[in-house]
Design a protein around this ligand. Structure first.
Ligand code: ADP
Ligand code: MG
Length: 249
C-alpha cells in the first residue's frame, strides 16, 4: 500500500488559545484548511467565529499555539504583515469600503500602495474584477451610491485585487436585505468553483451545501464538531449543534 500524497495545509491552526481578560475566547483550536478547500464556520453568536477569522490575518494576536500560512508562522509586524494581509483577503459583515473614494479607487488602492502595481495596470485589473462581480458599470460612483449587495461585491473585488491565497468571509450577507443575499452568495459560489481557498462564517445553509467542503461548528470558543455540510445539517452529533440548528432552520 502506498500512502496517498497529503496536500499540505494552506492555513493551519495548532492549539490556538486566546483570552480577552477572563474570557477564554479561543480554546485549543486546531484547524487545517487545504488549498482549494471551502470551510464553513457556523455557531451561536459570541462563540468566537469572528475572533477566529481575525486571528488568521493577525488583526488579533493569540496567547499561545501557532498559526501558519503555507507552513510559515504569521509575521508580527512591518512589511511582512502587509504581505500577509495581501495573502489573506477578508470580507466583513459591514463592507468597510472607503466612503470618500470611488468604487474603482477602493479596489486599486491596495495593489498600488502595497504591491507597487502601476495605476494603469491596477485600473485594468480592478475593472475586470468589478465586471466579474457584476458592478463594472458602477466604477466611478461612491460607495453610498450603491446598494448593500453591490457594496459587498465591491468588497469582494477589493480583496481579490490583492491576489490572496485564502479568502475569509465573516458573515458577509448578514447585514444585507434579503433580496440582496443571493447576489453576494452567487459570487462566492463562483469563487469556490474556481478553486479559491475560503473560510466562510455564515449561517446560509444553501451556500454551505452548494460550496462547502466542510462545516466547522463552534460553541463557547471551541470547535465542537466538524463534518461535511450534508452530515452536519442532517445528522448533527453534539447536543450544542442540535440545539443551534433547531433555532436557525
Ligand atoms: P462570534 O463572531 O461568534 O459572534 P466573537 O468572536 O465576535 O464571536 O466574540 C466572541 C466573544 O468574545 C464574545 O463574548 C465577545 O463579546 C468577546 N469579544 C470579542 N471581541 C472582543 C474584544 N475586542 N474585547 C473583549 N471581548 C471581545
Ligand atoms: Mg461574529
Amino acid at each position: 500500500m502506498t500512502n496517498p500524497v497529503q496536500a499540505p495545509a494552506l492555513v493551519e491552526l495548532k492549539a490556538v488559545n486566546k483570552h480577552y481578560g477572563a474570557l477564554h475566547v479561543l480554546q485549543d483550536i486546531n484547524l487545517q484548511v487545504k488549498k482549494g478547500e471551502v470551510v464553513v464556520v457556523i455557531g451561536p453568536s459570541g462563540s468566537g467565529k469572528s475572533t477566529l477569522c481575525r486571528t488568521i490575518n493577525r488583526l488579533e494576536t493569540i496567547d499561545d499555539g501557532s498559526i501558519t500560512i503555507e507552513g510559515k508562522e504569521l509575521p508580527k509586524e512591518g512589511k511582512d504583515l502587509a504581505t500577509l494581509r495581501a495573502d489573506v483577503g477578508m470580507v466583513f459583515q459591514s463592507f468597510n469600503l472607503f466612503a470618500h473614494k470611488t468604487i474603482l479607487e477602493n479596489v486599486t488602492l491596495g495593489p498600488i500602495k502595497v504591491k507597487g502595481v502601476s495605476k494603469a495596470d491596477a485600473d485594468k485589473q480592478a475593472l475586470a474584477l468589478l465586471e466579474r462581480v457584476g458592478v463594472g458599470h458602477q466604477s466611478a460612483k461612491l460607495p453610498a451610491q450603491l446598494s448593500g449587495g453591490q457594496q459587498q461585491r465591491v468588497a469582494i473585488a477589493r480583496a481579490l485585487a490583492m491576489k490572496p491565497k485564502v479568502m475569509l468571509f465573516d458573515e458577509p450577507t448578514s447585514a444585507l436585505d434579503p433580496e440582496m443575499i443571493n447576489e453576494v452568495l452567487d459570487v462566492m459560489v463562483e469563487l469556490a468553483k474556481e478553486g479559491m481557498t475560503m473560510v466562510v462564517v455564515t449561517h446560509e445553509m444553501g451556500f454551505a451545501r452548494k460550496a462547502g467542503d466542510r462545516v466547522v461548528f463552534m460553541a463557547d470558543g471551541q470547535i465542537v464538531e466538524e463534518a461535511t455540510p450534508d452530515e452536519f445539517f442532517t445528522n448533527p452529533q453534539s447536543a450544542r449543534a442540535k440545539d443551534f440548528l433547531s433555532k436557525i432552520l
